[in-house]
Design a protein around this ligand. Structure first.
Ligand code: PHE
Ligand code: ZN
Length: 881
């Protein structure tokens, strides 16, 4: 299971370690340049393991000082060490022994942000997936569980706060300026869940009383002066703890739960046992600096990391191929939490938009892989939208197939049967088979087959026999390493909507299983017959997006509009309108490319107007309806020979035609007041703000100048409306005095707040058109940019590459050339961030030939640039294959 540079790890090669870990004692003597780590581990040879087998420990960029067995120092006659491994021979059989390993590490030099590093003067760790080996030599894999005791020793004045996993044991002074702090975690855990934090931080404190009346101390650590901005995260944490008790019967299991916000972090956050470490972007919020989206993200990510305590920590993964076991399941849990805290249909719409934009895009390109992969070269490259979001959808489908009460029973069994273990997807699925008696063998193909299934639909109603016939055909496109596919078990929630808007109740359904409104498509082609349908219905298929598939269905605009007006499932009403819009937009791009003029159809225009002005519907839903498919959505739908400029022009022309026709209602929505008194981040208030923002966007398409947007900017009293007005100014009226003035004012006002400057970067980096590249280059030379900070890199360079279709995909290829140079630079310091930004080029083969050729030479330039990390090397090889 060892991946050295370029080597492939196969799931089929899994075998347990020869030695079994029992306990680990770690002592850290913290120093910015020379930290001493003393590890004492108790272990024994596994029963049945060879008596000759040596102990093989992983390492990475470590300086080894000493090794001892049972307290007796050993030398290189008994061990060998290289850059990646420490191998110890001559170890006993049948008894527990103690291995001592002393290493020196350099936190300050750690720009990869894996292992122990420094961020704004704070010591902090990140160990998932393979970062613990950058702290000490260890069996650094998730199926090696141990009970940890931690002692931290450091300069007391610089590090009044010293934290690790588990419960606090005690702290004290050595009298020489140094202090120590000790922690004990009684729950056996894998090394990737280890964490340590030390520094001078402020804290926000609260408590939570669990369902069995235990009081848990809650602490959120932030930089001094930022305490007030952690209030919302604390509130979200308490709601998460309560929800997990109610929805899943899960109680917290330590005396203390801590979150630490740091400003340099490769990902969103990390679920270390009892000590979650967060990117500060997902902790800090107040009305002046955070948007409604920021609040929603904080709520979701706080919940996600907290939920990992059971799905990930108490029950962990046997190996990294099982990553979706914890991530897909935990995303599903945080989605359900947010749906319960906010509006379920609106949350589902946002999820599906994100799933299609990210996962469907990944699944149709060179980086496509199964939810549970068979092999990898670099595990860091598998923290993907497929593992997370498709993994969540697969869990959701199990809940749909079984029904919610049976799903809960299966989860209960999973927690009971596997608590304290490191398990596989098969173990997880077996729990649902055992409680329900359902065979999930075919269903499990969702874990193994990559690619988004395409379901082609044809429907026919026969008035004489009162039969509605539905023929379905499934096709799963070929993906890397998988040329042919087996038919899958696809649960399609559906309804037949009659003229009066009600659902037809068919007397009988033949041709396959149809239970509780869910059709089970299991064959390659299958025809279902609904008998006793008195009138011709409109088919509403894949309600709530019950299966993550593409549908191909030549449904009449009339039927689509009927669904959009009447479906009992609000999500489906949005889905119908979105479908109509994407059909029209893609057809219009063809018209533009052929030199014609485009305008929206009366059907689309009127359904948008009717839904947007329907006061019976919640504002957030209406805002979702008003948000047309993005340029990236249109590109994905077209699929090949993509000309980003044609898409941009076409979408704007369609928006112009619609805005002209519904200007009155839009002005009414824009004039709406969103704040009755004090700001509140709740979902209903956020919905009103998003509807009003949406109206401003639409109106900017018919305004002949920036006056309205400039006035909105001046009037905004919260970040959601301020940032939106700035976006409209910058994107719709680029170069205008008003836009430039607002950009300058925003910078001045928020110069001291890097998280807000990230928004400023992002807004400017996503201005459509050729000149943005120049602006991004200027901003990189400016004072706010920090080449080692992941958030700055992502918001400036990442958003340019990922969210600026015309600016990045400049026809002359300059965008790609720029990115290639940046990737090589960033890769030298932080491979994970470089690799993540590089995925922006994953769909390069679907570009028109001119752009595709430029993109390819940029990828080849990276390929030939010499010393690449395994992260970037792996992606480049797959993208060029
Ligand atoms: N396990 C983290 C989460 O999804 C993500 C993560 C992966 C963070 C790797 C850091 C490094 O909750
Ligand atoms: Zn997670």
């Amino acid at each position: 299971m060892e991946a050295t540079a370029g080597q492939v790890v196969h799931l089929a090669d899994y075998r347990p370690t020869d030695f079994v870990l029992e306990r680990v004692d770690l002592t850290f003597e913290l120093d910015p340049k020379q930290t001493l780590v003393i590890q004492r581990s108790l272990m024994h040879r596994r029963e049945g393991a060879s008596e000759q087998a040596p102990l093989v420990l992983d390492g990475d960029e470590l300086t080894l000082k000493a090794v001892a067995i049972d307290g007796n120092p050993i030398d290189e006659s008994q061990y060998s060490v290289n850059d990646k491994q420490l191998v110890i021979g001559n170890l006993p059989t049948g008894v527990t022994f103690e291995v001592t390993v002393e290493t020196i590490i350099d936190p300050e030099a750690n720009t990869k942000l894996m292992g122990l590093y420094r961020t704004n003067g704070t010591y902090c760790t990140q160990c998932e997936a393979e970062g613990f080996r950058r702290i000490t030599y260890f069996m650094d894999r998730p199926d090696v569980l141990g009970v940890y005791t931690i002692t931290i020793i450091a300069d007391g004045s610089a590090n009044p706060v010293m934290l690790s996993n588990g419960n606090f044991l005690g702290a004290g002074d050595y009298g020489d300026g140094r202090r120590f702090s000790a922690w004990y975690d009684p729950h056996p855990k894998p090394s990737y869940l280890f964490a340590l934090v030390a520094g001078d931080l402020g804290v926000v404190e609260d408590t939570f009383t669990t369902m069995s009346e235990r009081e848990v101390a809650l602490k959120i650590y932030v930089e001094h002066g930022k305490e007030a901005r952690a209030a919302y995260a604390m509130d979200a944490l308490k709601r998460s703890m309560k929800w997990d008790e109610e929805a899943f019967g899960r109680e917290y299991d330590l005396d203390i739960f801590m979150i630490v916000a740091v400003s340099d972090f490769n990902m969103g956050a990390m679920e270390n046992k009892g000590l979650n470490v967060f990117n500060d972007k997902y902790v800090l919020a107040d009305p002046e600096t955070a948007t409604d989206q920021d609040y929603a993200n904080i709520e979701a990510i706080v919940a996600h990391e907290y939920f990992h305590n059971w799905t990930g920590n108490r029950i962990t993964c046997r190996d990294w191929f099982q990553l979706c076991l914890k991530e897909g399941l935990t995303v599903f849990r945080d989605h359900e939490f947010s749906a319960d805290q906010r509006s379920r249909p609106v949350k589902r719409i946002a999820e599906v938009r994100h799933l299609k934009a990210e996962q469907f895009a990944e699944d149709s390109g060179p980086l496509a892989h199964p939810v549970r992969p068979q092999l990898y070269r670099e595990i860091n490259n598998f923290y993907t939208t497929t593992v997370y979001e498709k993994g969540s959808e697969v869990t959701r489908m199990i809940a749909t197939l079984l029904g919610r009460p049976m799903f809960r029973k299966g989860m209960d069994l999973y927690f009971e049967r596997h608590d304290g273990q490191a398990v596989t997807i098969e173990d997880f699925v077996k729990c649902f088979e055992d409680v329900s008696g359902r065979d999930l063998t075919q269903f499990s193909l969702w874990y193994h087959q990559s690619g988004t299934p395409l379901v082609s639909v044809s429907a026919n109603y026969d008035a004489a026999s009162q039969e509605f016939k539905l023929s379905l055909e499934q096709m799963i496109p070929p993906t890397p390493g998988q040329q042919t596919k087996e038919p899958m078990h696809i649960p399609l929630a559906m309804g037949l909507i009659l003229e009066d808007g009600s659902d037809a109740k068919a007397a009988t359904v033949t041709g396959g299983e149809f239970t509780d409104g869910v059709l089970h498509l299991t064959e390659r082609t299958q025809t279902f017959v609904f008998e006793g349908v008195a009138n011709r219905p409109a088919l509403s298929l894949n309600r709530s997006f019950s299966a993550p598939v593409n549908l191909h269905f030549d449904q009449s605009a009339e039927d689509i509009v009927h669904i959009a007006r009447h479906d009992s499932d609000l999500f489906s009403r949005w889905q119908a309108i979105n479908y109509l819009a994407i059909q029209e937009l893609t057809a219009a791009v063809k018209t533009t490319e052929a030199g014609g003029d485009v305008a929206a159809s009366p059907a689309l225009t009127s359904i948008l107007m009717a839904t947007a002005s329907d006061e019976a519907l919640e504002p957030a839903f209406r805002a979702q309806v008003l948000a047309l498919p993005t340029e990236a959505d249109i590109a994905r739908e077209i699929g090949s020979n993509i000309d980003n400029d044609a898409i941009h022009t076409t979408r704007n022309a369609i928006m112009y035609s619609i805005a002209s026709a519904i200007a009155g209602p839009l002005e009414y929505l824009h004039a709406m007041t969103t704040n009755n008194g004090a700001f509140s981040p709740d979902a209903a208030s956020a919905g009103r703000r998003s509807l009003r923002n949406s109206a401003l966007t639409w109106l900017s398409h018919i305004d002949d100048g920036p006056a309205r947007a400039a006035a909105a900017y001046a009037a905004a009293d919260n970040m959601t409306e301020l940032a939106h007005a700035l976006t409209v100014l910058a994107h719709r009226f680029p170069g205008s005095n008003e836009a430039e003035a607002a950009i300058a004012e925003f910078e001045q006002r928020f110069a001291a707040n890097p998280l807000v400057i990230d928004k400023w970067f992002m807004i400017q980096a996503t201005v459509p058109g050729d000149t943005t590249l120049r602006r991004v280059q200027d901003l990189m030379r400016g004072s706010h940019f920090a080449p080692n900070n992941p958030n700055r890199l992502r918001s400036l360079i990442g958003s340019f590459a990922m969210s600026n279709p015309t600016g990045f995909n400049r026809a002359d290829g300059e965008g790609y050339r720029f990115l290639a140079e940046r990737i090589v630079e960033i890769d030298g310091r932080n491979p994970q961030v470089a690799a993540r930004i590089l995925t922006s080029m994953r769909s390069w083969r679907s570009l028109e030939p001119g752009r595709a050729a430029h993109a390819k030479s940029a990828l080849l330039a990276i390929d030939l640039s010499g010393r690449l990390s395994t992260d970037v090397r792996d992606l480049i090889d797959r993208m060029l294959k």
